[in-house]
Design a protein around this ligand. Structure first.
Ligand SMILES: NC(=O)c1ccc[n+]([C@@H]2O[C@H](COP(=O)([O-])OP(=O)(O)OC[C@H]3O[C@@H](n4cnc5c(N)ncnc54)[C@H](OP(=O)(O)O)[C@@H]3O)[C@@H](O)[C@H]2O)c1
Length: 282
């Protein structure tokens, strides 16, 4: 008999998170449990009901309310579950082209960065051997999207260093010095670099033990996907994937029988590692 596996996805009442819960529930086994989490109780219930009305689910899907900006709530859910097999930090806040970075940086950083950091800190220790700890980031999360003098802030940094750097960047956005310091105006860029760096930091600490048990810590890029988050930023969606298509390679990575050491700790897009640093000096 196969042991029951537990999977959890944050920010899963819509978009990529919702499609990933659906895909995991399609591919996992009837004794497994997939937790669809989100910040709003009504939206979580509606999403779970919609999934359960559909066909083809193998695993059980249940909802849990989890606001990822609430570090205590994240820690409490981890303590309640006690162990997990698959954790996907996916939540992202809204970002609108018409609003200034100052107006949006707090919610965006709280959800994307503090949220991912809380998940890594609380769920990393309860990941079962053979588990998967994944952060949905972006190909925008590589060092080439920052000016070179900022690379050392994130390259080889510890999780504590990255948390500190995120707060310093947030402060610089608020006090108007971010541009002079070289931070890109589009706050999605530093945020994604910090997410990928946070995963690299956690992975560096546990690499040997994880590879010995086929356990994976990695970030992933879904590509351009037609969702609420991307719609305000692009006009041409002819090349965009649907959420259902975008999650196929992510589910392949999560449910693979074995971990490829080359992918461990890295940013993975469609099964390929996206280099953290440019291969040729700039
Ligand atoms: N779409 C793309 O083209 C693309 C490309 C590269 C990377 N990504 C990444 O993929 C991930 C998912 O993005 P998406 O496009 O699917 O976004 P989305 O459709 O906007 O969905 C974002 C999800 O996050 C939830 N959320 C927001 N604040 C939260 C909080 N405090 N606690 C818990 N959940 C919260 C939202 O819940 P509500 O419904 O309650 O707001 C929603 O369920 C993100 O990390 C994004 O950066 C997306």
């Amino acid at each position: 008999m196969t042991a029951q596996r537990v999977a959890l996805v944050t920010g899963a009442n819509q978009g990529i998170g919702y499609a990933l819960v659906q895909e995991l529930a399609h591919r996992m086994n009837p004794e497994d449990l997939v937790l669809l989490t989100g910040r709003n109780p009504e939206r979580v219930t509606a999403a779970v009901d919609e999934l359960n009305r559909g066909s083809g689910l193998q695993a059980r899907v249940e909802g849990r309310v989890l606001d990822v900006t609430d570090g205590k709530a994240v820690a409490q859910l981890a303590a309640t579950l006690a162990s997990v097999d698959i954790v996907v930090s996916n939540a992202v806040g809204p970002l609108e082209p018409g609003k200034t970075p100052v107006e949006q940086v707090d919610e965006f950083v709280d959800v994307a960065n503090l949220g991912a950091q809380y998940i890594l800190r609380s769920f990393g220790p309860i990941l079962r051997p053979g588990g998967r700890l994944i952060v949905v980031a972006s190909s925008l999360g590589t060092l080439e999207h920052l000016p070179e003098h900022l690379w050392s802030t994130f390259d080889g940094a510890s999780l504590e260093d990255i948390e500190k750097a995120v707060e310093e960047w947030r402060t610089a956005v608020h006090d108007g010095t971010a541009t002079a310091q070289g931070w890109p105006e589009w706050i999605n860029l530093p945020s994604k670099v910090a997410q990928v760096a946070a995963v690299r930091a956690v992975a560096a600490d546990r690499r040997a033990a994880d590879l010995a048990t086929d356990t994976l810590v990695a970030s992933v890029c879904p590509g351009l996907v037609d969702t609420r988050a991307s719609r305000p930023w692009f006009e041409d969606f002819s090349q965009a994937k649907s959420p259902a298509d975008a999650v196929q390679p992510i589910a392949d990575l999560i449910l693979a029988d074995h971990v490829d050491p080359a992918q461990y700790g890295e940013l993975v897009r469609d099964g390929e590692v996206v280099p953290w640093k440019p291969s040729t000096p700039r």
